[in-house]
Design a protein around this ligand. Sequence first.
Ligand SMILES: [Zn+2]
Length: 287
Amino acid sequence: MKLHELHQKALTEGWAVPHFNFSSLAQLNGIVDAAKKLNAPVLVGTSEGERKHVGLKQAVALVKSFREEGLHIFLNADHTHSIEAAMAAFDAGYDSIHIDLSKLPFQENVDGTKKIVEYVKSKNPDVEVEAELGYLDTDYSKIYNEVIEIPEDSYTKVDEAVSFVEQTHIDRFAPAVGNMHGIALNDKVIRFELIEQLRKALPQNLTFTIHGGSGIYDEDIKKMVQMGFNNAHISTELRQAYTLALRKSLNENPDELSPQVYEAPARAAAEALAEEKMRLYNTVNVL
Ligand SMILES: [Zn+2]
């Protein structure tokens, strides 16, 4: 099944394709273990920093190798902040490109996103393009020891969203509706009335993406999935689970030198976290 078909199926049936970031093989293996166990499709992503560590072609080859074994797994270039970085990921064989120019003024975001959609679709229409509107200036995977109030101006505006989607023809739309990257001390308050307005105003088959899913209440996530957020990102929580397990394993076994041994609990922790999220997103046995 193609990624686009997967997202449309998820939209019709009320579940979400989970998206997890990775930068190590043990992390990726943990995610894959969960997907196999639950018979779930999965989107894995690399940010610009992560892909530098893994290698663009290497990330593509790894994901392809799992797909050849029958898994419904796809690779996303998460938060690419330039046209060049987005094109490089497409050229290397990524299945999905997230062009994130949300920091730029509206029209520059539109123009850059449009350029990527045209580039990608002219060469391979099966590759999805995601873009975002509304800007949250928080670190992608940080746990903040402070309260972070989202500025009113950072929320996605409905009229801008309509114009943005009409002009760019993206496959997936990532709005700012109370979600933010990282986890802060305060609760993430999701504006459901804004989501309703966006859903009404935008094309019905448009996939919405949840960014900054870590730290949103489970009940709110479930509701968002039912409202058409059929692509859901978790990064901070998975990194946290993986890293804490790895640190504990290294501390408890200071003489152990074999990565396959001391990384095993970290892989298992990534698997457990991925499994928990797949259950939350209603992604079990959907194929
Ligand atoms: Zn994100």
